[in-house]
Design a binder for this molecule. Sequence first.
Ligand code: SF4
Length: 290
Amino acid sequence: MRYDEPLFRPPSEADSFILQATLGCSWNACTYCRMYRGKRYRERPLEEVLADITEAGARFAEEVRHVFVADGDPLGMALGHWEPILRALATAFPRLRRVSTYATARNLLEKSPEELKRLRELGLSLLFLGPESGDDVTLHRIAKGASAADHVEAARKARAAGMEQSLIFLLGAGGRERSEEHARTSGRLATAMDPRFLSTLTLTVVPDTPLARLEEQGRFELPDVPGLLRELRWFLEEAQPSAAIFRSNHASNYLPIGGRLPRDREAILAAIDEALAGRVRLRPEWARGL
Ligand code: SF4
């Protein structure tokens, strides 16, 4: 298998076979992200990707249950690329239960309902989407490339095709200035998109990004830790998915908590209140990661 570094995958895909079908991110413009800066977006040649699948199948045929297709937004690949890949995965791994990938709202909006349905039939069942915010002002400032309404429509198309979504929102993305609007509208967007999995990460200002330059110029300020905990509370006050597993256990977060929504909402809110009152040990700065 050939891997072109850097290679990223969601934490929940730690035990999956990672198939790198594209390199980089076709959007590559979000102001806080340096994941693929300097890496030109391209689809890997199909024969190379199929050769990787054949090789992995020869070695791990009976072990692989989950496959994650990388890099940044492979859903943007044409159907003619996806179809042979998904067929080859099903042949190589007889026990395959789930194929997932990163996607953007733009990828979903560009695909027709028939194309999405076909991808689902061939096995693509879970999309990791990072709206990051439900606040259009924030979405514009971070150059996400899609509005809250775009994300709602993208989610509707995914659900109609039978695909599950895992959504990620980014605490702090609105800065101090739009903290509450960002958090509350993010919760409302989570309600409207109605994912199966929902998580929050905490924004880290990464050096050499457009956001870092704004911070240097005094035009962006990250909320302090209590401010970020309040954002988490506002977010969860508004987020009403029909049945979702919620997690904030990513290494970037100060308070790792989780549960099922709506069932555990009150318990989670109570845990946040305990943390806001200083009665819970937060993850120390040295133990945090991106
Ligand atoms: S879509 Fe994802 S990978 Fe691409 S620039 Fe934005 S955050 Fe980075």
